[in-house]
Unconditional design. Structure first.
Length: 282
């Protein structure tokens, strides 16, 4: 499995270095399984960049949906030769990961293929819960070896908090792709149109909208800290990336033009915060 593990670790590191660093702090068995899960999510997230039209992306997502479902039927087929699937199969068994969680995650990623904006904050929270939150929940199952320890609420809040952090960091890329994740109602409430945002026009209205997003992320972060603090210490690597939400929010607030400048946190500070969260909690 060393070859498939290395492949998954490389994918995880390239797609989300925070998750990758947190997974390195897990025990060896769960560590490899977390890398497989994160590599799987990276494959889903990368579909849009590899296609020229949404329908081709939906076909690719269906391929992943069918390949995962085959595992639960005790089948392998040609798809079993994919290194991410090879690594994911033991992760599914060790964490007793439910099929519907994977199906829901894949279904949520269909939204990424289209240029339709997110209509409301409620819709954004639902999307982030079904993507970032679902991956955290699956990570908890891996770390608990399949035991249900009631991590769903904590994972949901942590998913929205980390997801908004991701959204703020990826704003320049999303604007260039004309793909808007800032909710349309939030934009309208601050006197803007979606076209102004994807057009790369910074304004006071956009700054106010992003400020609202940061406030919402902070509330979810605080709730995640409270809920995660009640969970077994073994689950901490699943939540450790959430320790970077506050620094990302602060960097976003300091950013002069978040549509042009991707916010960042000092790499050493990132590693230290993840290490501390994996050892002591959020």
């Amino acid at each position: 499995m060393s070859g498939t593990y290395d492949h998954c670790a490389d994918l995880a590191r390239a797609a989300d270095r925070d998750r990758y660093l947190a997974a390195l702090l897990a025990p060896r068995g769960p560590r490899e399984e977390l890398m497989a899960l994160y590599a799987f999510d990276a494959e889903l997230c990368g579909v849009r960049a590899k296609i020229s039209e949404p329908l081709a992306g939906e076909i690719r997502l269906q391929w992943w949906r069918d390949a995962i479902a085959a595992f639960y039927r005790g089948e392998g087929g040609e798809s079993a030769g994919h290194p991410v699937l090879q690594a994911l199969k033991p992760a599914i068994a060790a964490g007793k990961l439910p099929l519907d969680a994977f199906q829901n995650l894949i279904n949520a990623r269909i939204f990424d293929l289209y240029d339709d904006p997110i209509a409301s904050m409620t819709e954004l929270e639902g999307y982030l819960g079904d993507t970032f939150g679902a991956v955290i929940q699956l990570s908890c199952l891996i770390l608990s070896r399949g035991a249900d320890v009631g991590s769903g609420t904590a994972a949901g809040h942590a998913g929205v908090a980390t997801g908004i952090g991701w959204l703020l960091r990826a704003l320049p890329r999303h604007a260039a792709e004309e793909k808007l994740y800032v909710p349309r109602d939030l934009i309208a409430r601050n006197g803007l149109s979606s076209r102004e945002v994807v057009g790369g026009q910074m304004s006071g209205g956009l700054a106010a909208a992003l400020g609202e997003l940061r406030d919402i992320a902070s509330k979810h972060l605080e709730a995640a800290r409270t809920e995660a603090g009640r969970l077994p210490a073994a689950l901490r690597p699943a939540f450790a990336p959430c320790a970077l939400v506050a620094p990302y929010l602060a960097a976003s607030e300091r950013c002069v033009d978040p549509l042009q400048e991707e916010i960042a946190v000092n790499p050493l500070r990132r590693q230290w915060r993840i290490w501390r969260a994996a050892r002591r909690g959020l």
